[in-house]
Design a protein around this ligand. Sequence first.
Ligand SMILES: [Zn+2]
Length: 105
Amino acid sequence: MAFNSGKPYGGIETTNGRLIGATDTDYFYFFCPKCPDKEIMRILEYGEHERTETNKYDATCKSKTKYGFTLAFKLHCEKCGLTDFVKVSNIGRQGGKYSDFLGKS
Ligand SMILES: [Zn+2]
């Protein structure tokens, strides 16, 4: 089945540094950007947003990848009902100081 039932998706509340998270063991949790006290969000589904044979960062980074990818996650907060999206990618930014990029994409 297509991610998000084939409907368009994109983060709204998750943008501009509002979505943060953390690990407990080696699992990563996303915290609701609307609720206080780091309410953990459910991940309703994930999908492959993009996959590339090569990775442009391999030309300039010391480390090498097997391929390029962007995964999309559909997040939901049981407490406030917020549903939103976030992407994780190895063809987006791969280094540098976060503060240098925030709000400049
Ligand atoms: Zn919430």
